[in-house]
Design a protein around this ligand. Structure first.
Ligand code: FES
Length: 85
């Protein structure tokens, strides 16, 4: 995982099995930086209090009504593109 800040937006990116994922970089609990967390498969775990998210959907696994913003992302010609709309 790595933090990126396109146009100042705090995003964490990760590649899982060749697919790029991009989600908001702050945990919805107390805003800990998620890039310092852990990624196992598609499960992103916050380093502060272990809230777990599905990096594909952004959903908090213990309460799916909560979640991270998901940004469509792709890698092309050696560059990373993240759609902020
Ligand atoms: S800040 Fe992420 S679980 Fe508390």
């Amino acid at each position: 995982m790595a933090p990126v800040y396109p146009l100042g937006v705090n995003i964490v990116i990760a590649r899982v099995s060749g697919t790029i994922y991009a989600v908001s970089g702050k945990c919805t609990h107390m805003a800990c930086p998620l890039f310092t967390g852990f990624l196992e498969g598609h499960t992103l775990t916050c380093p502060c209090h272990d809230w777990r998210y599905d990096i594909r959907t952004g959903r908090f696994l213990d309460a799916p009504e909560l979640g991270l913003t998901v940004y469509p992302a792709k890698s092309e010609a050696g560059k990373l593109f993240i759609n902020l709309d």
